[in-house]
Design a protein around this ligand. Structure first.
Ligand code: MN
Length: 202
């Protein structure tokens, strides 16, 4: 089936001043839309993929026919990664998590502050375009980073939190100051949604 381009559940300016409206508009309306369109073009000719969701296709990237695998990895990855990214942000959110994921973070990293330092480091040091992720792997939380639009789901890990560190995610407002964008991101994390993802992943 064609991958549906998701509408945002908040306005483009809802994450101001941390993530600016112009970035959100371009990022969602142009970058994400293009990934979705190209993903749909790539899979249109493959009836064997028709019964799978976009997420299932990316989680089973090795089974995608070779002639479209690179296009699917890049554009399908871009499609599903951004859909998840929009969902783990919200206005009037951020701060420290509560609930099961908060306990799991404490268990895995010692404290929220230690988790934050490690997640920030992963996001800062991802060289070039990519993402930093908090995932459930083998029942435990871990921090990973990926290049381009690669997804940890392709290697069996289940994402609960992610940050886009492509320049298009922050350049209009922060230019080359990626660390400022990462610090601002903590003010818009939708921990309720992260908890849902964590509980589902366990
Ligand atoms: Mn992006």
């Amino acid at each position: 089936m064609a991958y549906a381009f998701p509408e945002l559940k908040y306005a483009y300016d809802a994450l101001e001043p941390y993530i600016d409206a112009k970035t959100m508009e371009t990022h969602h309306g142009k970058h994400h839309k293009t990934y979705v369109d190209r993903f749909n073009t790539a899979i249109a000719s493959k009836p064997e993929l028709a019964a799978m969701s976009g997420e299932e296709i990316i989680a089973n990237i090795d089974k995608v026919p070779e002639d479209i695998r690179a296009a699917v990895r890049n554009n399908g990855g871009g499609a599903v990664n951004h859909s998840l990214f929009w969902s783990i942000m919200a206005p009037k959110a951020g701060g420290e998590p509560k609930g099961p994921v908060a306990d799991a973070i404490k268990g895995a990293f010692g404290s929220f502050a230690e988790f934050k330092a490690k997640f920030t480091d992963a996001a800062t040091t991802q060289f070039g375009s990519g993402w930093a992720w908090l995932v459930v792997s083998g029942g435990k939380l871990e921090i990973v980073k990926t290049a381009n639009q690669d997804s940890p789901t392709s290697v069996g890990k289940k994402p609960v939190l992610l940050i886009d560190v492509w320049e298009h995610a922050y350049y209009l407002k922060y230019q080359n100051r990626r660390p400022e964008y990462i610090e601002a991101f903590y003010n818009v994390i939708n921990w309720e949604r992260v908890n849902e993802l964590y509980v589902a992943a366990k």
